[in-house]
Design a protein around this ligand. Structure first.
Ligand SMILES: [Zn+2]
Length: 335
């Protein structure tokens, strides 16, 4: 394919901020040239150097074309791959429609609207949404907190929305065992960093908090929690200073949890009004969509499409995560 910029080496010399800007705009360039999502990925891979998806080695050689697509082989571990291997677009049909789909998704369209606009069926629209959202999970590793960190427990209703009907026996068995709540640990600081984490439990425990904060908070952070037991009892070496706020103290002083409460209200509203609730199985995907929207996107369709695409295309574990999610049955915890 034609090169989009004259000298590829130019990209290596960009600062982090410039590189981000470059990739944010790459969507538009690719679209204007009538190219598709795989061309985009190729361009992205070329400009950062092709790495093996298994061992991350750069000792990679071209290994012939298959159905017109370039294959590569890793000289280190012998793995054969393409630039799309492991990414959310791996093995996709209608690859010419994916760029437009991401734009529709950025614009906040429903599954049905996305399907109609792009010209795919509703089922494919659903699968594509989750392919893309599965690719946002790695964004979690980039979230760190500074200064005053607010924590709160959010309990969501357990849901199997969209699940086809089971036989009576199964329903009876499930009713007995089904948990009614799924716990989410919500955290934000005062500089706009935010992360929610769905837990494999029906309430937040002290260990969850400790694990969650480990390597995410700076040394001089102050952790604020409500007066729930988990927040009171959590005590870890990495938490230097802790403030517990009860209902009476909530509005006083700088230590409080009102910022995280606002985020929780926004999240719950988004889930129940926009999507009319989501199945618990997909909750983590929607959480990361919310986090990325709040932290990374600007509410401008073209820019956001570029960013969403750049972020999603960088994840080479997306396909694995997506296929695991799709193969999971609706049995609680570990869902
Ligand atoms: Zn390798």
């Amino acid at each position: 394919m034609d090169k989009i910029f004259e000298e590829e080496i130019d990209v290596f010399a960009l600062t982090k901020e410039e590189a981000r800007k470059y990739y944010d705009n790459l969507y538009n360039k690719i679209k204007n040239e009538g190219k598709d999502i795989v061309d985009y990925q190729e361009q992205k891979a070329m400009s950062t150097g092709i790495l093996c998806p298994d061992c991350n080695s750069s000792h990679v050689i071209k290994n012939g074309l298959q159905n017109g697509v370039q294959n590569y082989m890793c000289k280190n571990c012998r793995r054969q791959f393409r630039v799309t291997t492991g990414t959310f677009m791996y093995g996709i049909h209608h690859r010419d429609k994916m760029l437009e789909y991401i734009k529709c998704m950025s614009a906040g369209m429903t599954l049905r609207e996305c399907a109609r606009n792009v010209g795919i069926c509703l089922q494919t629209s659903f699968f594509w949404r989750h392919r893309i959202l599965s690719a946002l999970q790695s964004f979690e590793d980039n979230v760190n907190f500074f200064g005053i960190v607010e924590l709160e427990e959010l309990l969501m209703n357990y849901s199997e929305k969209g699940k086809k009907k089971r036989d009576k026996k199964e329903v009876k068995k499930l009713k007995k065992k089904k948990p009614t709540k799924v716990a989410v640990l919500a955290a934000t600081d005062r500089s706009g960093n935010i992360l929610f984490k769905k837990l494999e439990d029906d309430r937040v425990q002290a260990d969850h908090i400790s694990d969650f904060l480990k390597s995410r908070i700076s040394k001089d952070s102050v952790v604020c929690g409500s007066d729930k037991k988990a927040f009171k009892t959590v005590n870890a070496e990495h938490i230097k200073h802790k403030e517990i706020t009860d209902k009476n103290k909530m509005k006083q002083g700088i230590y409080g949890v009102s910022t995280v409460h606002k985020k929780i209200t926004a999240f719950v509203g988004w889930i129940y009004y926009k999507f009319r609730g989501v199945a618990t199985k997909y909750l983590t995907n929607y959480i990361m969509w919310f986090v990325v929207r709040g932290k990374y996107l600007a509410d401008k369709i073209i820019e956001d499409t570029g960013r969403l695409l750049n972020l999603a295309a960088s994840d080479r574990r997306a396909w694995e995560r997506y296929s695991d999610l799709m193969s999971k049955t609706y049995l609680f915890y570990n869902i």
